[in-house]
Design a protein around this ligand. Structure first.
Ligand code: F6P
Length: 547
């Protein structure tokens, strides 16, 4: 038996979930005209509406009690204080310190980490300025026109998502590319667009041991050296890492290594030196605006009462949907093309953090934990998987996100876009009863057997939960708030599930086996000692790669 089920509030929530069977959100909206007023929170120009969830004031109260019993406040404070809450790796979790502009010290092992953060930030700002002004040149004297971030996972997804989202803030004469996949297609397609004289590579890897990143970095270096010679490497390669030794061994000058620390988790690292590609793309001032927005959410998370605390509310409601309403997936649906990469980014942030089955004290859970996260920008998703969200057999809670104002105001587009978003969350909530469906079909002229046959297919069950995050405009501060909100929501949910959100042992086994398989593929001969399927597939590889 794990601790969660023994909490007092758990039993209350179980009872409340039972009481809610047969209750619809329609009823809840009807019986409380102030439901929206009561169930949304605002942080500046950012609104979080959670009223379209199957929750009542009693459920929210019990969730708050659960949060208190489970120690959400205590663990939050321990994180901000720099305690080693990543117990399996014996590390502090301090991505919040990277965006904290205050002079207040944050101690790890008795040492204030703020001075070293400031020092690296000052070096990053100087480097960005040098590249932008043309003080930093390629080996042949050419200006840097293209930057390539080589990294994977947390060393790719965050910066890639943010650079895309902040396109309207881009420094115009610098293009930023991303290479992550070890599939040679990725780097080949990027290199084909570039000239060595004008290209700067950022090798982004916390550990500097990641196979995919090192393979891509070596290919990039060979490409450069072939054109400009070995001495050119120092003008064209910088490193973003915690591993000085491996960076030096690769041949990158420690002078152009931008450091971060083991208390920055990979998937929480876009605020650190890993964000250099962002700063190069949008300029240092805009990068600091992103940090400022995240800091604002940090302060809110740290200080707002639980009842008005956006990440806490988001975490508790997500937890309620999974634990008590049976949701096993969640959709993130940005109605903003600029946030197209947000679902991919959040897949790592969320699923690598809460896709776990072992509690902090080493027991196997007897409750479901992190849900499958997926999503696409609206309205594309509407013409793809929304069918299942509306009428399928799985309950899939949705997060809708949208700016009121677009950076690209074109005719009626923004109104059409937001009309769709508002309509989707309304439709998911209200559904369409059999009577309403019948009336609709009758209005369209259908009758008799034809009407009866079609009727069950056009009924919508409704009662499908969603949150809506509405903001004035997607500026750097708002983007920072959104990312920090999700980070803290993950933290809250992991606390409730009694999981360590900051390790990722689940990615190790496959990596280890790949190291065994690789020589078997490259040598193309030798006995194979895997299962019959793996052996058979390797044999096909050996056969077809000989052609
Ligand atoms: O996929 C596992 C992982 O360790 C992620 O957590 C991390 O973001 C990614 O690999 C990249 O690691 P690194 O930055 O050390 O290259």
């Amino acid at each position: 038996m794990t601790t969660l089920r023994t909490l007092k509030a758990w039993r209350t929530l179980e009872t409340l979930a039972g009481d809610l069977r047969g209750v619809t959100m329609r009823d809840l909206f009807r019986s409380d005209p102030r439901r929206f007023e009561r169930m949304h929170e605002r942080l500046g120009d950012f609104v979080f509406d959670y009223s379209k969830n199957l929750v009542t004031p009693a459920v929210l109260e019990a969730l708050m009690s659960l949060a208190r019993e489970a120690g959400v406040e205590k663990r939050r404070d321990a994180m901000f204080r720099g305690e080693k809450i990543n117990t399996t790796e014996n590390r502090a979790v301090l991505h919040t310190a990277l965006r904290d502009p205050t002079p207040d010290p944050v101690l790890v092992d008795g040492k204030d980490v703020k001075p070293e953060i400031r020092e690296v930030q000052a070096r990053m700002a100087g480097f960005v300025e040098a590249v932008h002004s043309g003080d930093w040149l390629g080996a042949s004297g050419g200006r840097i026109t293209d930057v390539v971030n080589i990294g994977i996972g947390g060393s790719d997804l965050g910066p890639r998502m943010v650079v895309d989202a902040l396109e309207p803030y881009r420094v115009r004469d610098l293009r930023v590319h991303f290479v992550s996949n070890v599939d040679g297609t990725d780097i080949s397609r990027v290199l084909a667009q570039l000239t060595p004289d004008n290209t700067l590579f950022l090798v982004a890897s916390k550990t500097f041991t990641t196979q995919e990143t090192l393979a891509n970095a070596h290919t990039a270096r060979d490409w450069l050296v072939k054109a400009l010679g070995r001495r050119a490497v120092s003008n064209h390669f910088v490193a973003l890492s915690t591993n000085l030794e491996a960076v030096t061994e690769f041949g990158i000058d420690p002078e152009v290594m931008f450091e971060f620390w083991d208390w920055v988790g990979g998937r929480y690292s876009l605020w650190s030196a890993i964000g250099l590609s962002i700063a190069l793309a949008v300029g240092w001032d805009t990068f600091t605006r992103l940090l400022a927005g995240a800091h604002e959410m940090d302060v809110h998370f740290r200080t707002a009462p639980l009842e008005q605390n956006i990440p806490v509310l988001a975490g508790l409601i997500g937890f309620w949907n999974i634990q008590f309403l049976g949701a096993r997936a969640t959709a993130v649906l940005p109605y903003d093309q600029s946030l197209a990469r947000l679902p991919a980014y959040l897949q790592q942030a969320d699923m690598e953090s809460t896709g776990k089955r072992t509690t902090l004290s080493g027991e196997t859970v007897d409750y479901p934990t992190g849900a499958v996260l997926f999503g696409e920008p609206g309205t594309n998703g509407q013409h793809s998987f929304y069918q299942m969200i509306h009428q399928g057999t799985h309950l899939i809670p949705c997060d809708f996100l949208a700016p009121v104002r677009s950076h690209y105001p074109v005719g009626r587009h923004q109104a059409i876009l937001l009309a769709n978003m508002f309509a989707q969350s309304e439709a998911l909530m209200t559904g369409r009863t059999e009577d309403e469906a019948w009336a609709g079909l009758a209005d369209s002229g259908l009758k008799g057997e034809a009407l009866d046959t079609l009727l069950p297919h056009v009924v919508f069950p409704g009662n499908r939960p969603s949150n809506t995050m509405l903001f004035r405009v997607l500026d750097p501060e708002t983007l920072g708030r959104i990312i920090a909100l999700y980070e803290h929501r993950i933290h809250v949910q992991a606390t409730l599930w009694n999981l360590n959100a900051y390790d990722q042992f689940g990615v190790e086994l496959g990596k280890r086996l790949a190291a065994v398989v690789l020589p078997e593929l490259e040598k193309k001969r030798g006995a194979l000692a895997h299962d019959a399927s793996t052996n058979g597939l390797i044999e096909f590889f050996r056969l077809w790669s000989e052609d």
